[in-house]
Design a binder for this molecule. Structure first.
Ligand SMILES: *Cc1c(COP(=O)(O)O)cnc(C)c1O
Length: 721
């Protein structure tokens, strides 16, 4: 293998276009692009965890020279370069065809994290991955979106478990040269594009651009020489540090984000805050309008008419709030530039029923966005209840909060072999017909043997990669053999494999299945019908209770009584998530209702025909149809808390014992579980028809973006004071 220290050797002229393909993330959802990079050097492709920039830097130059002379490789290369040009073009897209008059308008999309690919670690979990899938679908549909986020130069955090299962938060390796980020420069080559005032100092802000197909995302950073040393590391870490750092980051995102877009010449016609972290973007736009001569009330009206706010948090305490003094210290007397006094400004973030003396980011976002949506039907009901105090005198049902249920990006999450199977069954152009219900109805006639074969191949791939990771960790770091059991080396390719991968927040109840260890033991170590569980997930660095649950779960992986049938895969990220949702037999999701706003990992699993067993919460409350998996009815208020947990655990065991395990092990003469494959097909059909990011994007466009671009205010009254 060639040395890595020498940096990137020049690519042979004939295939030099690979560099351009590697630097637009659209490669990550193109099967052809991925296949071509794999072909360059398959082992290195796996070692770099599917990072083409890293691959091209490290691959043996002789191998590249060989590719440049291989007619079969060149044929595929030429097709790919042509496709890449097509992806960059903006004509003939769904958006342009549907709204020819609106195509040049831009929609700004603000989010504190973006989960685009494992090689760009600027996300922590569901919110970021959703934002990434949103941008990818916007690109597919030609929706003129521009993303704005923060560049966390030190990423999120790598997960390393101590021998006792305690999570240490290692600093993530983030090698800029191995990412497709490109520093944006101003007209005179200056990397600083805008400034904001913060705590009495001027802070210069630069931006890094990442291309997601047609969609650019600008990631802001403050690590510039002219900034005060205290301001330079503000954007280093995602969700690290206390409320003070959080406020500074959100000020940079909101205010800095608007100014950077202006500096780059953007004039967005609609503005979307994905979660409340970006609410200062709305405040800044009111300020801009007032500075330009618009009276405050009219400025608020105009900002409302052109803004969309998506809330993701179903608990009041989950929303960021700051003391008005803190905000005033950070922002300085901005109200003076807005034609109002301090109290009038802070009233925007005033919650009439909760924490009287706080500035609520989500409340400000609701007051300044005429279009507010939750992320599932169930979550909309909760959100109307939570935010009803903002519309005094109104019944919760009449609170104007709609919902756009989340979705997952099919080309990102569906395994290659599953895509190929659908092509052979539905025709190569099934991509173009995904909006036709007949396509999904036909899916139910998919050949069971073929589906089972594809699934089992994905399952062995998962098992192999689990063992491979264990092998590397064993060689690199571990001294203790017991770790190998916990890492999944004793897993069995034939056993019913349950996957549980998500953030270790307490409400997600990763430990619920351990409520009755004897019963669980009987379930897992049954010699005729064995069951195994693969866990993965990080706790938020500041979440001690989450880390304790993780530690308890980890301890179970080493319990001899479970005979190696419980494994924990370290460092859950998009790369691990891919192989898990594609390769397990059943996806398990146990949130304490109603705390799961939507959840998306179950959708990703279902897009690979992996059925879900979940509490009836989040998307499952509308996604479960009786045939595509299993549901634990949400505990009623009377059985909340520990009692509710016990009741949910009882239902979980019963479903597994009476329905899931028997169905999985009932085989025909060819050893195919026909009842199970039927469930798999229903899972895939429901997800493909209703829970894709494409469907989600189209709803955002028709119900929110287009009316906002047209400046239409909904008939609903704005919230009261
Ligand atoms: C999809 C995804 C999530 C979100 O999963 P939920 O089901 O919403 O909890 C979190 N992390 C990663 C890496 C993901 O891919």
């Amino acid at each position: 293998m060639s040395p890595t220290e020498t940096g990137q050797p020049p690519l042979p002229e004939r295939i030099s276009g690979l560099a351009a393909v590697a630097t637009n993330l659209s490669w990550s959802w193109s099967r052809d692009a991925r296949a071509l990079f794999r072909e360059v050097d398959e082992a290195l492709w796996h070692l770099t965890r599917h990072n083409p920039i890293e691959l091209l830097r490290r691959v043996d130059p002789a191998r590249l020279a060989g590719c440049a002379q291989d007619p079969a490789f060149l044929k595929r290369y030429d097709a790919l370069v042509e496709w890449n040009g097509f992806v960059a073009a903006t004509h003939d897209t769904w958006f342009e065809t549907s709204y020819p008059d609106l195509a040049p308008r831009v929609i700004a999309y603000f989010c504190a994290e973006f989960g685009l690919h494992a090689s760009v670690p600027i996300y922590s979990g569901g919110l970021g991955v959703l934002a990434g899938d949103h941008c990818k679908s916007a690109s597919d549909l030609g929706v003129p979106l521009v993303g704005v986020g923060l560049f966390y130069t030190k990423g999120y955090s790598d997960q390393r478990l101590r021998l006792d299962g305690w999570q240490e938060d290692a600093e993530e390796r983030f090698d800029l040269a191995a990412t497709p980020l490109e520093q944006v420069r101003g007209p005179h080559g200056d990397p600083c594009l805008a400034t904001v005032r913060m705590f009495g100092r001027t802070v210069s802000i630069g931006a890094w651009r990442i291309m997601v197909g047609r969609v650019p995302i600008f990631l802001l950073d403050t690590d510039h020489e002219q900034n005060d040393p205290a301001d330079r590391p503000l954007c280093h870490r995602l969700y690290a540090g206390g409320p003070d750092l959080r406020l500074r980051q959100e000020w940079i995102l909101g205010v800095g984000g608007v100014r950077v877009l202006r500096a780059l010449g953007y004039h967005p016609a609609a503005w979307h805050s994905n979660e409340g972290h970006a609410a200062f973007m709305l405040v800044e736009r009111v300020r801009e309008l007032v500075m330009g001569g618009t009276p405050f009330a009219e400025a608020v009206r105009q900002v409302r008419a052109t803004s969309i706010f998506t809330t993701h948090t179903p608990v009041p305490a989950g929303h960021d709030t700051f003391s008005p003094d803190q905000v005033a210290q950070c922002a300085g007397p901005v109200w003076q530039e807005m034609g109002v006094n301090r109290d009038e400004l802070f009233r925007l973030g005033h919650h009439p029923a909760l924490d009287h003396d706080r500035f609520h980011m989500s409340v400000a976002a609701i007051r300044l966005s005429a279009r507010v949506n939750a992320v599932s039907r169930r979550h909309a009901e909760e959100s109307r209840r939570i935010w009803a105090p903002l519309w005094p005198g109104r019944a919760a049902e009449a609170v104007p909060i709609k919902y756009v249920t989340n979705g997952a990006h099919v080309a990102t999450w569906m395994a290659n072999s599953m895509v190929a199977l659908l092509e052979s069954h539905l025709g190569a152009d099934w991509w173009q017909r995904v909006d036709d219900p007949a396509v999904w109805a036909r899916l139910l006639k998919l050949d069971d043997v073929a589906l089972w074969a594809v699934h089992n191949e994905l399952k062995s791939h998962l098992m192999r990669s689990i063992r491979e990771q264990a092998r590397r960790r064993w060689a690199d770091q571990w001294k203790e053999a017991l770790h190998l059991v916990g890492a999944g080396t004793l897993l069995d390719n034939g056993a019913l494999t349950i996957g549980f991968g998500r953030r270790f927040a307490t409400y997600k109840r990763a430990d619920l299945i351990f409520q009755d260890p004897d019963r669980l033991q009987r379930l897992l170590v049954n010699p005729w019908r064995p069951v195994q569980i693969v866990f993965a997930g990080k706790a938020h660095p500041g979440d001690e209770p989450g880390k304790q649950i993780l530690q308890r779960v980890y301890a179970q992986t080493r319990e001899a009584r479970f005979e190696g049938r419980i494994a924990f895969i370290e460092d859950y990220d998009m790369h691990v998530a891919h192989s898990l949702v594609q390769g397990v037999d059943l996806w398990l999701n146990l949130p304490r209702a109603p705390l799961e706003a939507s959840g998306t990992s179950g959708m990703k699993a279902a897009l690979n025909a992996v059925p879900q067993l979940s509490t009836l919460d989040g998307w499952w409350a509308e996604g479960y149809d009786g045939r595509n998996g299993w549901a634990i009815p949400a505990a009623t208020a009377a059985t909340a808390g520990a009692e509710g947990d016990a009741a949910d655990a009882e239902r979980l065991y019963r479903l597994l014992e009476d329905e899931v395990v028997p169905l999985f092990y009932t085989r025909d003469a060819r050893d195919v579980p026909l009842g199970w494959t039927e469930t798999m097909k229903h899972a895939l059909r429901a997800a493909g028809q209703h829970f894709t990011a494409r469907r989600m994007l189209r709803e955002y466009v028709t119900e929110h973006y287009v009316p906002a671009i047209r400046g239409q205010l909904p008939a609903d009254d704005p919230p009261g004071a």
